[in-house]
Structure formats: structure tokens, C-alpha cells
Design a protein around this ligand. Sequence first.
Ligand SMILES: NC(=O)c1ccc[n+]([C@@H]2O[C@H](COP(=O)([O-])OP(=O)(O)OC[C@H]3O[C@@H](n4cnc5c(N)ncnc54)[C@H](OP(=O)(O)O)[C@@H]3O)[C@@H](O)[C@H]2O)c1
Length: 271
Amino acid sequence: MLAKNDISENTTIVVGASRGLGRGIATAFADAGARVIAIARSGAALGDLAEDAGVIRPEVADVGVIRPEVADAGVIRPEVADAADPTVAGTMLDRYDPQVLILVAGATPLMRPLQHHTWETFSVNWHTDVRMAFHWLRETLLKPLRPGGQVIVISSGAALNGSPLSGGYAGAKSTQRFITSYAQDEANRAGLEITFTAVLPRITPMTALGRPAVQAYAARSGQSEEEYLRPMGEPLTPQAAGTALVKLVRADPGATARSYLLTGAGLQELT
Ligand SMILES: NC(=O)c1ccc[n+]([C@@H]2O[C@H](COP(=O)([O-])OP(=O)(O)OC[C@H]3O[C@@H](n4cnc5c(N)ncnc54)[C@H](OP(=O)(O)O)[C@@H]3O)[C@@H](O)[C@H]2O)c1
């Protein structure tokens, strides 16, 4: 079993790390001393992230296959990949053998009322967010991650309340929460000692995905963005998301709930 609280011993994979909440999470784990493997499709944005966090030695950057022991603590290693590709999850888990896997990546839903969606726009998050959760959770169980491993799936507060302007988004995020819990059941049945947790962030204007959603819901309710956001308190920033997830990974897994709401004030256990 891994020693808790010392994440500098960890290799952490963050899927969807090039911008938004994932970028804040990758940075927070690197700042806490973890070796971070940052996955996204945009190589340029990942390169900026890695440069901000630390220098990758040239001999590390030039080789195609990286062994975990050459990824320095506190350094972010970029991996350009489509995380929805069914071969990527197994490849990355075999290559880096992480203690922590954080699935953040998701598609930006088209914001419009139900009757203005096509089936393709309605179902986009099923073919990205749910698909990624399915492939990555399945591979963590099959590999399996080492005892003490932790898997966090970023779902959404929309899974609790619905999201009438973003087609199938809320249902997709709810399904991510369900299958995270299914994975926990399977891990328990097999005695794998892996913790699976769903984290449901509240809508925030601080990312490329959240901003158009805030604009759309504010316009629909005839409010300014400020008026719409005010009752929700301090908006969730990528930095606050990173701080909250580092705290979660440092906590005793025995005391970790299956799902949490994440707001600007931090994590709140869901029952
Ligand atoms: N912002 C909010 O208000 C809010 C609220 C609740 C839940 N969430 C959830 O939080 C997560 C992050 O949202 P965000 O607001 O930070 O979004 P964002 O700013 O749009 O960032 C999404 C990240 O996912 C990556 N990504 C998307 N598809 C990918 C793929 N196929 N393979 C690899 N990487 C992929 C993107 O990188 P590339 O494009 O470079 O691949 C990017 O790094 C999402 O799951 C979202 O549903 C957000």
C-alpha cells in the first residue's frame, strides 16, 4: 500500500490537461511534487504547461517511450493523444504505471434548446466524456492499477440538476458518475484496493467550456452573467480545483466518499 499524504512519490496522469480545470489540476499536482503526465490533443498548449511547470531534460523529451523513473518529481511530461481513442488508455497506463489517474477531459456542448439540437449535437458528450470514462475505467480494472491507486473522474453538477440548454450533457455526466461507482464495486469485489471517486464541479465562467454555458443560462433567465452567478458564491477557478483534488488524493482513502460536489469553496460530500 502507498504511503498517503506524500504525493511526491506519485506518478499522476491528468487526462485533459491543456487548459481549464485540467490545467489547474496538473499544475497543482506538479507543485505538490508529483510527476505529472499531462494528456490532451493540443501539443502547443501542453508544451506551454510543461514549460511553466519545469524543465524536461532533453534526453527525456527525445525518446518515444518514457519509463516512469525518468520523469522527474514536480515536472509535467506532455503526451499528445486523443483520450477517446480506445488504444490510448491502455498504452498510457502501461507506459507510466500511475498511482493516480484524473480524468478531466470533456467536450464543449452546443448551447441551445432541445428542439434546436440534432442527434449529433445532442449526443456529443456521450461520444467523448462517457466514451473516455468507459475506456479508462475499464483499463484501470483490467491492468489493474497498483493497490492504493486512486482514480478521479470529473463529472458535473449538471448530473444533479440537469442542463436544459446543453442537450445530452447532464445525462452523459450522470453516466460518468454511475460508471465510476460501478468501477468501485468491481474493484471491491476483486480486492484491488483502488479508490474511484466522481467529482462534480459547479458551473464556472473561468474556462472555455463553462463561459458559454454561463452566458447561455444568464441570457435565458434574463439576467446579466454577474446576476446569474451571484447566488453560487465564489466561482470555481482552475487553481481551486487543483488545490481541492490534491487535498482529496492526500486524504485517507478509507474516508473518501464516492462523489463530491466541487465549488469555489471546495469539496462537499454527496450522498
Ligand atoms: N467549466 C465548467 O463550468 C464545468 C462545470 C462542470 C463540469 N465540468 C467538466 O470539467 C471538465 C473540464 O472542463 P473545462 O471547463 O476545464 O473544459 P475545457 O477548458 O474545454 O478543457 C477541456 C480539456 O479536455 C481536453 N480534451 C477534450 N477532449 C479530449 C480528447 N478527446 N482527448 C484528450 N483531451 C481532450 C482539452 O484539450 P484538447 O482540446 O487540447 O484535447 C482540454 O484540455 C469537463 O469534463 C467538463 O464537463 C466543467
